[in-house]
Design a protein around this ligand. Structure first.
Ligand code: CA
Length: 429
């Protein structure tokens, strides 16, 4: 190995990789997201996406390309990213930069060794992606003003749609980690208690109003000890990266159960995520200012710099045997509360976070109906059915439907994307 592996590397939007990357790919060299994959003859391991290929980090480690970084073989020969993330922010950023350099068009070490390339560059088409993270605790926020306003308008009072706390607190609840699943895993329509009308007794059966929620989630490093807090300024150091997140929701079960303690069985039957975790480092150049927050927030929720991110988001429904219809175009920039505020709020009481915790944004709805992030809003409680390309209509999600969410950032000719989270709904058991 040549000594130039220790050269400092600076990232430029003009950089290209010697691995061919299509112009429309979500995974140029400026992205390099992390995931877990396995092949027909090799067990689970850490990989990094480049174009339609994967770089095998276990392979890189074994061949000596990751020398002088604070990682061990077991950090990559594993079925979750947790061991790698245990090394914390600086180590993971340096690791990504090392992979960046190895893939750079004018950097010879790996590209000139065809034998090594054959071992560590693997077509994505030949692998199975696995859950990237062992999620310890999962929290779901409720941070889109438009979504909260729409829900408040439909179910409470249009003139006072936001509850009194909403503009002061990044409202959230603790969800369930065990049912977070990887894209491609089908779900069963959940069953549960519903009360179809206010003057009838409750019934039990398959959910009739199955919905998705378009969200983004972030994954954390280990935080501080119990009792300590993480400030908005410190928050970036505790966030590894982000993925697409579909928070499946059973609206009829939700309506009957949620008073007084909030979401329970209407939410915890499944949440689907995309397989690649895009690092906060890769998203840095897509930061933008957030909305003016009025009334002024309490000091612990104040923040400096651009902490919102411009991420284009799309939702499509693919009926059984049919073609997909795009039903929503939204953007993560519509968040009222950003991740730094969410994490500062989550820890302000001394609650500790751990490596592999997942925190979702809450449904991301934009200002116009075409940008709403759930069927509840898109069909306005079922009063405005959506037209599908095949002529059918949707008020909520039907058995056999596949819901597909995609997301990407784009600026100065560089596209950094998340791939997709795609989930088919099967009939209730
Ligand atoms: Ca949600």
């Amino acid at each position: 190995m040549q000594n130039n592996q220790f050269m400092a590397v600076s990232i430029s939007n003009n950089d290209k990789s010697w691995v061919a990357v299509d112009a429309n790919s979500d995974f140029p060299i400026q992205n390099l997201p992390f995931g877990i994959f396995k092949t027909s003859n090799q067990g689970p391991r850490v990989g990094v996406a480049i174009g339609d290929q994967i770089v095998d980090l276990l392979g890189l480690f074994v061949l000596g390309y990751l020398e002088n970084l604070p990682f061990e073989r077991s950090d990559f020969e594993t079925d979750t990213l947790n061991a790698m993330m245990k090394r914390r922010k600086k180590a993971c950023s340096d690791l990504r930069l090392r992979v960046y350099k190895l893939l750079l068009s004018d950097y010879p070490d790996l590209q000139n060794n065809q034998h090594h390339c054959d071992q560590v560059i693997i077509p994505q088409a030949d692998v199975e992606m696995l859950m990237p993270v062992e999620v310890g605790d999962y929290t779901d926020f409720y941070s889109s003003r438009e979504h909260a306003t729409n829900v408040g308008t439909m179910f409470r009072d249009p003139d006072n749609a936001l509850l009194p706390n909403w503009l002061h607190i990044p409202v959230g609840y603790h969800g369930r980690a065990s049912s977070i699943i990887i894209s491609g895993t089908p779900i069963r329509r959940p069953k549960g208690q519903q009360r179809p009308s206010d003057d009838e007794p409750p019934v039990y059966g398959p959910c009739k109003l199955l919905d998705f929620e378009l969200e983004m989630a972030f994954v954390t490093f280990d935080g501080k000890p119990l009792g300590d807090t993480i400030s908005t300024d410190e928050a970036d150091d505790y966030i590894f990266g982000m993925c697409l997140f579909n928070d499946w929701s059973a609206r009829d079960i939700q309506k009957w159960e949620y008073v007084p303690l909030g979401p329970f069985l209407a939410k915890n039957f499944a949440s689907s995520i995309s397989p690649w975790v895009v690092t906060l480092d890769a998203l840095e150049q897509f930061r933008i200012p957030g909305p003016v927050q009025e009334p002024k927030v309490l000091p612990y929720l104040e923040y400096s710099g651009n902490k919102h991110i411009d991420i284009n988001l799309q939702v499509a429904i693919e009926p059984e045997g049919g073609n997909e219809t795009i039903i929503s175009n939204s953007n993560y920039k519509h968040m009222y509360w950003n991740m730094n505020q969410q994490l500062a709020h989550h820890t302000v009481n001394g609650c500790n976070i751990r490596c592999g915790d997942m925190m979702a944004s809450g449904t991301i709805s934009g200002p116009v109906p075409e940008s709403y992030g759930s069927m509840l809003e898109l069909s306005w409680k079922g009063t405005k059915p959506l037209k599908m390309n095949d002529g059918s209509e949707r008020k909520f999600i039907l058995d056999g439907d596949t819901v597909i969410m995609k997301g990407h950032c784009e600026k100065d000719g560089v596209r950094v994307g998340f791939g997709e989270v795609k989930t088919k709904v099967l009939p209730a058991k």
